[in-house]
Design a protein around this ligand. Structure first.
Ligand code: UDP
Length: 256
Protein backbone atom coordinates (compact mmCIF):
# COMPACT_ATOMS: atom_id res chain seq x y z
CA UNK A 1 0.00 0.00 0.00
CA UNK A 2 2.61 2.52 1.03
CA UNK A 3 4.79 2.14 -2.04
CA UNK A 4 3.58 5.65 -2.83
CA UNK A 5 6.26 8.31 -2.63
CA UNK A 6 5.33 10.96 -0.06
CA UNK A 7 6.73 14.46 -0.53
CA UNK A 8 7.06 17.04 2.19
CA UNK A 9 5.80 20.48 1.21
CA UNK A 10 6.19 23.16 3.88
CA UNK A 11 6.18 20.38 6.45
CA UNK A 12 3.02 18.68 5.15
CA UNK A 13 2.64 15.40 3.24
CA UNK A 14 1.66 15.13 -0.42
CA UNK A 15 1.57 11.78 -2.22
CA UNK A 16 3.08 11.49 -5.69
CA UNK A 17 0.53 9.31 -7.47
CA UNK A 18 -1.60 9.37 -10.59
CA UNK A 19 -5.38 9.76 -10.59
CA UNK A 20 -5.88 6.09 -11.56
CA UNK A 21 -3.60 4.88 -8.78
CA UNK A 22 -5.40 7.08 -6.26
CA UNK A 23 -8.73 5.61 -7.37
CA UNK A 24 -7.45 2.02 -7.10
CA UNK A 25 -6.02 2.66 -3.64
CA UNK A 26 -9.24 4.37 -2.53
CA UNK A 27 -11.33 1.34 -3.54
CA UNK A 28 -8.90 -0.96 -1.68
CA UNK A 29 -9.09 1.15 1.47
CA UNK A 30 -12.89 1.25 1.23
CA UNK A 31 -13.13 -2.54 1.16
CA UNK A 32 -10.82 -3.04 4.13
CA UNK A 33 -12.81 -2.70 7.36
CA UNK A 34 -9.95 -3.91 9.57
CA UNK A 35 -9.29 -0.27 10.22
CA UNK A 36 -10.80 3.04 9.16
CA UNK A 37 -8.54 4.79 6.65
CA UNK A 38 -8.42 8.44 5.67
CA UNK A 39 -8.04 10.27 2.39
CA UNK A 40 -7.18 13.96 2.55
CA UNK A 41 -7.10 16.38 -0.34
CA UNK A 42 -4.03 18.56 0.14
CA UNK A 43 -4.02 22.06 -1.31
CA UNK A 44 -2.19 25.29 -0.42
CA UNK A 45 -5.02 26.47 1.81
CA UNK A 46 -4.94 23.26 3.84
CA UNK A 47 -1.15 23.31 4.09
CA UNK A 48 -1.27 26.82 5.51
CA UNK A 49 -4.04 25.81 7.96
CA UNK A 50 -1.97 22.81 9.07
CA UNK A 51 1.03 25.02 9.74
CA UNK A 52 -1.03 26.79 12.41
CA UNK A 53 -2.96 23.83 13.73
CA UNK A 54 -1.14 20.80 15.16
CA UNK A 55 -4.40 18.89 15.06
CA UNK A 56 -4.85 19.39 11.31
CA UNK A 57 -1.13 18.77 10.73
CA UNK A 58 -1.22 15.48 12.68
CA UNK A 59 -4.31 14.49 10.78
CA UNK A 60 -2.60 15.07 7.42
CA UNK A 61 0.48 13.12 8.52
CA UNK A 62 -1.63 10.17 9.66
CA UNK A 63 -3.72 10.08 6.48
CA UNK A 64 -3.45 6.94 4.38
CA UNK A 65 -3.67 8.97 1.19
CA UNK A 66 -2.72 12.66 0.87
CA UNK A 67 -3.78 13.50 -2.67
CA UNK A 68 -2.35 16.53 -4.53
CA UNK A 69 -5.67 18.37 -4.81
CA UNK A 70 -4.50 21.84 -5.74
CA UNK A 71 -2.47 23.00 -8.69
CA UNK A 72 -0.44 24.97 -6.12
CA UNK A 73 0.97 21.78 -4.57
CA UNK A 74 1.66 20.32 -8.03
CA UNK A 75 3.62 23.47 -8.96
CA UNK A 76 5.43 23.47 -5.59
CA UNK A 77 6.53 19.83 -6.05
CA UNK A 78 7.84 20.71 -9.51
CA UNK A 79 9.66 23.86 -8.39
CA UNK A 80 11.20 22.45 -5.23
CA UNK A 81 11.95 18.85 -6.15
CA UNK A 82 11.59 18.63 -9.94
CA UNK A 83 8.74 16.11 -9.35
CA UNK A 84 5.99 16.02 -11.99
CA UNK A 85 2.84 15.25 -10.02
CA UNK A 86 -0.53 14.68 -11.60
CA UNK A 87 -3.24 16.77 -9.98
CA UNK A 88 -5.80 14.55 -8.24
CA UNK A 89 -8.70 16.87 -7.46
CA UNK A 90 -10.68 15.65 -4.45
CA UNK A 91 -13.95 16.56 -6.20
CA UNK A 92 -13.02 14.37 -9.20
CA UNK A 93 -11.79 11.48 -7.07
CA UNK A 94 -15.01 11.54 -5.04
CA UNK A 95 -17.17 11.35 -8.17
CA UNK A 96 -15.05 8.63 -9.77
CA UNK A 97 -15.31 6.65 -6.56
CA UNK A 98 -19.10 7.03 -6.82
CA UNK A 99 -18.97 5.96 -10.48
CA UNK A 100 -17.05 2.74 -9.80
CA UNK A 101 -18.68 2.02 -6.40
CA UNK A 102 -21.37 -0.18 -7.94
CA UNK A 103 -18.88 -2.57 -9.51
CA UNK A 104 -17.07 -2.98 -6.16
CA UNK A 105 -20.33 -3.21 -4.18
CA UNK A 106 -19.34 -0.20 -2.09
CA UNK A 107 -21.92 1.48 0.13
CA UNK A 108 -21.69 5.25 0.58
CA UNK A 109 -22.71 7.70 3.31
CA UNK A 110 -22.90 11.45 2.62
CA UNK A 111 -22.42 13.71 5.64
CA UNK A 112 -22.34 17.47 5.33
CA UNK A 113 -23.65 20.60 3.55
CA UNK A 114 -27.12 22.05 3.89
CA UNK A 115 -30.01 19.59 3.89
CA UNK A 116 -31.33 20.65 0.48
CA UNK A 117 -27.82 20.47 -1.01
CA UNK A 118 -27.12 17.06 0.52
CA UNK A 119 -30.48 15.68 -0.69
CA UNK A 120 -30.08 17.12 -4.17
CA UNK A 121 -26.47 15.85 -4.49
CA UNK A 122 -27.60 12.34 -3.46
CA UNK A 123 -30.36 12.47 -6.10
CA UNK A 124 -28.00 13.74 -8.81
CA UNK A 125 -25.39 11.07 -8.01
CA UNK A 126 -28.08 8.39 -8.28
CA UNK A 127 -29.20 9.78 -11.66
CA UNK A 128 -25.62 9.98 -12.93
CA UNK A 129 -24.51 6.61 -11.60
CA UNK A 130 -27.57 4.32 -11.29
CA UNK A 131 -25.52 1.63 -9.48
CA UNK A 132 -24.52 3.97 -6.68
CA UNK A 133 -25.69 2.73 -3.26
CA UNK A 134 -26.16 5.65 -0.85
CA UNK A 135 -27.05 3.93 2.41
CA UNK A 136 -27.33 7.09 4.49
CA UNK A 137 -26.98 10.82 4.51
CA UNK A 138 -26.98 13.67 7.00
CA UNK A 139 -26.72 17.42 6.58
CA UNK A 140 -23.75 19.16 8.17
CA UNK A 141 -25.61 21.27 10.69
CA UNK A 142 -26.33 18.65 13.33
CA UNK A 143 -25.88 19.85 16.95
CA UNK A 144 -22.72 18.49 18.57
CA UNK A 145 -24.62 16.53 21.19
CA UNK A 146 -26.07 14.38 18.39
CA UNK A 147 -22.69 13.39 16.90
CA UNK A 148 -22.62 10.17 18.93
CA UNK A 149 -25.98 9.07 17.50
CA UNK A 150 -24.76 9.98 14.02
CA UNK A 151 -21.71 7.73 14.44
CA UNK A 152 -24.05 4.89 15.46
CA UNK A 153 -26.21 5.53 12.39
CA UNK A 154 -23.18 5.54 10.09
CA UNK A 155 -21.93 2.25 11.55
CA UNK A 156 -25.39 0.66 11.42
CA UNK A 157 -25.72 1.64 7.75
CA UNK A 158 -22.82 -0.66 6.85
CA UNK A 159 -21.22 2.13 4.81
CA UNK A 160 -17.81 1.43 3.29
CA UNK A 161 -17.14 5.05 2.40
CA UNK A 162 -17.97 8.12 4.46
CA UNK A 163 -17.78 11.39 2.55
CA UNK A 164 -17.52 14.43 4.84
CA UNK A 165 -18.57 17.72 3.31
CA UNK A 166 -18.07 20.00 6.30
CA UNK A 167 -15.29 22.21 4.94
CA UNK A 168 -11.81 22.50 6.36
CA UNK A 169 -10.74 22.28 9.18
CA UNK A 170 -14.14 21.19 10.55
CA UNK A 171 -14.11 17.90 8.66
CA UNK A 172 -10.55 17.07 9.80
CA UNK A 173 -11.50 17.91 13.40
CA UNK A 174 -14.59 15.71 13.16
CA UNK A 175 -12.59 12.75 11.78
CA UNK A 176 -9.96 13.26 14.47
CA UNK A 177 -12.57 13.11 17.19
CA UNK A 178 -14.88 10.38 15.93
CA UNK A 179 -12.66 8.36 13.58
CA UNK A 180 -11.79 5.79 16.24
CA UNK A 181 -15.50 4.97 16.74
CA UNK A 182 -16.23 4.54 13.04
CA UNK A 183 -16.48 1.16 11.33
CA UNK A 184 -16.33 2.40 7.73
CA UNK A 185 -13.50 1.39 5.41
CA UNK A 186 -12.51 4.89 4.40
CA UNK A 187 -13.36 8.50 5.26
CA UNK A 188 -12.75 11.27 2.79
CA UNK A 189 -13.15 15.01 3.37
CA UNK A 190 -14.75 16.58 0.30
CA UNK A 191 -15.28 20.23 1.36
CA UNK A 192 -17.77 21.93 -0.93
CA UNK A 193 -18.09 19.09 -3.47
CA UNK A 194 -21.76 18.37 -2.68
CA UNK A 195 -22.51 22.04 -3.45
CA UNK A 196 -21.01 21.65 -6.92
CA UNK A 197 -22.75 18.31 -7.57
CA UNK A 198 -26.09 19.80 -6.49
CA UNK A 199 -25.39 22.84 -8.67
CA UNK A 200 -25.59 25.23 -5.69
CA UNK A 201 -22.03 26.38 -6.44
CA UNK A 202 -20.65 26.29 -9.96
CA UNK A 203 -17.33 24.56 -10.50
CA UNK A 204 -14.96 26.41 -12.84
CA UNK A 205 -15.62 25.70 -16.54
CA UNK A 206 -13.16 23.22 -18.11
CA UNK A 207 -11.20 26.03 -19.80
CA UNK A 208 -10.44 27.60 -16.42
CA UNK A 209 -9.60 24.19 -14.94
CA UNK A 210 -7.21 23.45 -17.82
CA UNK A 211 -5.61 26.89 -17.46
CA UNK A 212 -5.09 25.94 -13.79
CA UNK A 213 -7.13 28.91 -12.66
CA UNK A 214 -9.90 27.13 -10.77
CA UNK A 215 -8.85 28.96 -7.57
CA UNK A 216 -9.21 32.34 -9.32
CA UNK A 217 -12.64 31.40 -10.67
CA UNK A 218 -13.81 30.48 -7.14
CA UNK A 219 -12.45 33.74 -5.82
CA UNK A 220 -14.22 35.81 -8.49
CA UNK A 221 -17.53 33.98 -7.95
CA UNK A 222 -17.31 34.15 -4.17
CA UNK A 223 -15.28 37.28 -3.21
CA UNK A 224 -16.15 36.52 0.43
CA UNK A 225 -13.53 33.73 0.17
CA UNK A 226 -10.75 36.29 -0.20
CA UNK A 227 -9.77 36.14 3.45
CA UNK A 228 -9.40 32.35 3.23
CA UNK A 229 -7.78 32.34 -0.18
CA UNK A 230 -5.12 34.83 0.86
CA UNK A 231 -3.41 31.70 2.19
CA UNK A 232 -2.74 30.71 -1.41
CA UNK A 233 -0.62 33.84 -1.89
CA UNK A 234 1.27 33.28 1.35
CA UNK A 235 1.89 29.67 0.28
CA UNK A 236 3.16 30.79 -3.14
CA UNK A 237 5.48 33.35 -1.52
CA UNK A 238 7.01 30.64 0.67
CA UNK A 239 7.56 28.32 -2.27
CA UNK A 240 9.20 31.05 -4.36
CA UNK A 241 11.39 32.00 -1.40
CA UNK A 242 12.47 28.39 -0.89
CA UNK A 243 13.10 27.96 -4.60
CA UNK A 244 15.24 31.10 -4.74
CA UNK A 245 17.27 30.03 -1.74
CA UNK A 246 17.64 26.50 -3.20
CA UNK A 247 16.26 24.92 -0.02
CA UNK A 248 14.12 22.21 -1.62
CA UNK A 249 16.81 20.71 -3.84
CA UNK A 250 19.42 20.70 -1.09
CA UNK A 251 17.21 19.02 1.48
CA UNK A 252 14.76 16.99 -0.61
CA UNK A 253 12.14 18.22 1.80
CA UNK A 254 10.98 21.65 2.85
CA UNK A 255 11.34 23.05 6.35
CA UNK A 256 8.75 23.24 9.15
N1 UDP B 1 -20.69 23.08 6.14
C1 UDP B 1 -21.40 22.20 6.93
N2 UDP B 1 -21.50 22.47 8.26
C2 UDP B 1 -20.93 23.55 8.85
C3 UDP B 1 -20.16 24.43 8.04
C4 UDP B 1 -20.05 24.16 6.68
O1 UDP B 1 -21.91 21.22 6.43
O2 UDP B 1 -21.06 23.71 10.05
C5 UDP B 1 -20.61 22.79 4.70
C6 UDP B 1 -21.08 23.92 3.81
O3 UDP B 1 -22.49 23.87 3.70
C7 UDP B 1 -20.37 23.58 2.51
C8 UDP B 1 -19.08 22.95 2.98
O4 UDP B 1 -19.26 22.62 4.36
O5 UDP B 1 -21.13 22.64 1.79
C9 UDP B 1 -17.85 23.86 2.91
O6 UDP B 1 -17.58 24.19 1.63
P1 UDP B 1 -16.23 24.97 1.25
O7 UDP B 1 -16.25 25.18 -0.21
O8 UDP B 1 -16.06 26.17 2.14
O9 UDP B 1 -15.14 23.88 1.65
P2 UDP B 1 -13.58 23.86 1.43
O10 UDP B 1 -13.34 22.68 0.56
O11 UDP B 1 -13.16 25.15 0.77
O12 UDP B 1 -13.02 23.70 2.80
Amino acid sequence: MRDVKRLNILGQPVDALTFDRALTLATELAQDHEKTSYIVAVNPEKIMTARRSKLVSDFLHNADLAIPDGIGVVAAARLLYGEKLERVAGADLMQELCRVSGSYGLKLFLYGSKEEVNASAAKKLKERFPDVDIVGRQDGYLPEDEYGTLVERINASGADVLFLALGSPMQENWMNRYGASLKVGVCMGIGGTLDTIAGAVKRAPLGWQKARLEWLYRLLRQPSRFWRQRKIFIFASWIVFLKLTGYGRRRKSTPL
